[in-house]
Design a protein around this ligand. Structure first.
Ligand code: NAD
Ligand code: ZN
Length: 346
């Protein structure tokens, strides 16, 4: 193995990344070293690139970015028994302690001491990445790397769409970014009766159609509330899957939700905002569910089931491929809004 590798590094507090030659990660007794085959860009990476308020509070440079990836195991720590050199793996990006009260009661996805790969420690925009063996997920050797890299992000969509009962129900998906459109695909696979989807980007509404939405709407052009009420004989929808984090989409979505309905929220608002809780939540008797990451490891088994059965095909979502060295162009593409998933190949 070489002693140095290429990596995309957040070198300092402020916008941008740098391509650097850095030493290969040193692995501990419970870790594995992975030769990265493919790694995709997440909205979180864009926040770190732009150095917004969240990133400034959380990231301690220098750190290698990237947490959606797959690759081949090239080295294992002395105490690792369930992963072997040569295995083709993806990874759960949340490293949990396995010991806190939440981990011990089946809620490891909201562990008190979660550390995120590519956020709190070095990540996958590099030729090699080190992770705890406990975070590895085995893939079939013939799985396309660009799809294996997406599994982690797909898991957010799977977790969201399967949290509510969608079979035979009318579903509204607000926000058709990569996670939103994958959520549409899962809701379709899970038997939703009709899926209404909104986004301000026409490119993304096109992807939403491709991934299974029945009706797509742009709040820039039309009154989403009016359109959905017309489509549903004035009743509204049974399930809201909120994937934008936009306050206006959250309000419209809750307004369109039937009394007694189920709202599942994954999109992250950029800052706190005002909401008419009395009329949109309490008096409607709805159930609101927040979604963080993937359930460990129920969601990963659902990811496997949906992909291997062919119930969900993620291929149409991979719209751009770049070499790791072309990361600047890759980030510009991602930020343009005219893309699905952007995948980097180290
Ligand atoms: P993204 O930014 O690509 O997608 C958000 C989409 O919402 C964009 O396509 C945008 O055009 C659209 N949008 C903006 N305003 C809108 C409006 N008023 N109505 C409808 N759509 C609108 O992000 P993504 O990668 O698809 O992730 C979706 C959201 O989920 C983001 O907020 C992200 O930060 C969050 N996220 C949360 C978790 C979690 O664990 N909770 C994990 C991953 C991502
Ligand atoms: Zn824990």
């Amino acid at each position: 193995m070489p002693s140095l590798m290429k990596a995309v590094v957040k070198t300092h507090a402020g916008p941008g990344f740098e391509l650097r030659q850095v030493p290969l990660p040193q692995i501990g007794p419970k870790d594995i070293l992975i030769r990265t085959r493919a790694t995709s860009i997440c909205g979180t990476d864009v926040h770190i690139y732009n150095w917004d308020v969240w990133a400034a509070n959380r990231i301690k440079p220098p750190v290698i970015i990237g947490h959606e990836f797959c690759g081949d195991v090239v080295e294992i720590g002395a105490q690792v028994t369930d992963v072997q050199v040569g295995d083709f793996v993806s990874a759960e990006s949340h490293i949990v302690d396995h010991t806190c009260d939440l981990c011990r009661t089946g809620m490891a996805h909201i562990c008190r001491h979660t550390q995120i790969i590519g956020v709190d420690r070095d990540g996958s925009f590099a030729e090699y990445v080190c992770i705890p063996a406990a975070n590895a997920w085995h893939n079939p050797p013939n799985m396309p790397p660009e799809i294996a890299a997406l599994e982690e992000n797909f898991g957010n969509a799977v977790h969201t769409a399967l949290e509510a009962e969608v079979v035979a129900r009318k579903v509204l998906v607000t926000g058709c970014g990569p996670v939103g459109v994958m959520t549409i695909a899962v809701a379709r696979a899970a038997g939703a009766r009709s899926i209404y989807a909104s986004d301000i980007s026409d490119y993304r509404l096109g992807l939403a159609k491709k991934m299974g939405a029945d009706v797509v709407m742009s709040p820039k052009r039309e009154d989403v509330v009016k359109t959905v009420l017309e489509e549903t004989s004035g009743e509204g929808v049974d399930v809201l899957l909120e994937m934008s984090g936009a306050p206006s989409a959250i309000r419209d979505g809750l307004q369109l939700l039937k009394a007694g309905g189920h709202a599942v929220l994954l999109g992250l608002p950029s800052k706190p905002f005002e909401l008419d809780l009395a009329n949109l939540v309490i008096m409607k008797g709805i159930t609101v569910h927040g979604i963080a990451g993937r359930k460990l490891w129920e969601t990963w088994y659902e990811i496997r089931g949906l992909l291997r059965s062919g119930a969900v095909n993620l291929e149409p979502l991979v719209t751009h491929r770049f070499k790791l060295e072309e990361f600047e162009l890759a980030f510009q593409t991602m930020m343009s809004g005219e893309s699905g998933k952007v995948v980097l190949f180290p």
